[in-house]
Write a protein that binds this ligand. Structure first.
Ligand SMILES: [Zn+2]
Length: 364
């Protein structure tokens, strides 16, 4: 691993908060993981965080459920029904990416992945777009990056008038002289975002546009992470939005990155918007996943910085402690064996459960 790069990518943000009684160092003691509720359908109203299990076997229950659902819609204006996040599907998306081998900027493998992303997005009824940018500032000569994104718009809605919430993940992997397959770094979040696309496309919101954005060129060309040699895709995406004036409608950006760590504890990133981070914490608590939220505050440089530069409130969902002393990060150890389907399930359920609150944030 590259210590220099790591030092530049994360710094402690002041003194660590005092650990509450009973806090246990996560690397050394097993955590109790209470089973979280699994819901095929759920309802969440605007005033109370309520997760309701519905067993829709009998017509009367179905009628009651439908009435409750309509009431919930009235209260929030949101479309609160979503299918279940299927970790099996996400894991297959991850295996597919890893099977392509290293996927650095400009590679044939990355283009194959791009086509895979587009195919999967079309399969769930979305219309993916490509945007290509030349980046002459790259340190070893110009590079070309191509992002893929799809907007989820409710039927009949005027997308040009709605607020936008961006959910994004980078899908490139860092270029190394060894075989770096980026199962966690690049692969895991892309897999989760693709499965989220299926769910969100199945229940579009009449109140917001969900933008599913797959970013190229997050990784630095050099070993070290030094601006502007990083975030090529996200920086250009934001610049393009600013040119169109579209950035004014983007009310939140949620970045997913390195979410497949078998020992998943999301880093408390101090660049992230506090209100969005609170939504994450409250949601995690409401569904019994709070043990996956870290306590120590750190600054993590990631694609969210491009959105923050345009004053868009942003949240980085990342576990930036991968393996003992982060030794799986940016090394040949970043493999499927060090990721887990259970972690993809955790992050998927967490984001799905938080979507109504993100939507409320965007329409406040
Ligand atoms: Zn990386």
């Amino acid at each position: 691993m590259n210590e220099g790069a790591r030092a530049r990518r994360t710094e402690a943000a002041g003194p660590a908060p005092v650990r509450p009684e009973g806090f246990r160092a996560r690397r050394f003691l097993p955590r109790a993981r209470p089973p979280a509720p699994r819901a095929s359908f759920w309802i969440q109203d605007s005033t109370a965080k309520l997760v309701v299990m519905l067993h829709l076997h009998r017509p009367i229950f179905r009628a009651v459920a439908l009435a409750s659902l309509l009431a919930a819609c009235d209260a929030t204006g949101a479309a609160p029904v979503r299918a279940t996040f299927e970790a099996d599907r996400a894991w297959k998306h991850l295996e597919t990416q890893v099977a392509l081998g290293p996927r650095p900027v400009g590679s044939e493998a990355l283009e194959k992945l791009r086509v895979y992303l587009e195919t999967e997005l079309r399969a769930v009824g979305l219309e993916p777009k490509r945007e290509t940018f030349d980046c002459p500032e790259a340190p070893f000569g110009p590079i070309r990056v191509t992002n893929v994104y799809a907007d989820v718009v409710a039927p009949g809605a005027d997308a040009s008038k709605l607020p936008i919430v961006v959910l994004c993940s980078h899908f490139d992997t860092k270029l190394y002289g060894f075989k770096f397959v980026g199962a966690n770094d690049g692969g895991s979040s892309t897999a989760v975002l693709l499965e989220l696309a299926r769910l969100i496309a199945a229940s579009p919101s009449p109140r917001v546009v969900w933008r599913l954005l797959f970013l190229d060129g997050e990784e630095a060309q050099r070993a070290e992470w030094v601006d502007p040699d990083n975030r090529y895709g996200s920086r250009r995406h934001v610049e393009a939005m600013v040119k169109r004036g579209e950035h004014k409608r983007v009310k939140a950006c949620i970045v997913l990155d390195m979410v497949g760590d078998a020992d998943l504890v999301l880093t408390r990133d101090s660049y992230s918007d506090e209100r969005l981070f609170k939504i994450l914490c409250d949601t995690a608590k409401s569904i019994g996943l709070e043990q996956h939220i870290g306590r120590k505050s750190e600054q993590v440089s990631d694609d969210h910085l491009s959105f923050i530069a345009a004053k868009i409130p942003s949240l980085d969902l990342i576990d930036f402690h991968y393996g003992p002393d982060n030794t799986y990060w940016h090394t040949k150890e970043d493999t499927l064996e060090h990721c887990s389907k259970a972690s993809l399930d955790v992050i998927g359920r967490l984001v799905v459960a938080a979507l109504p609150a993100f939507e409320k944030f965007a329409t406040r």
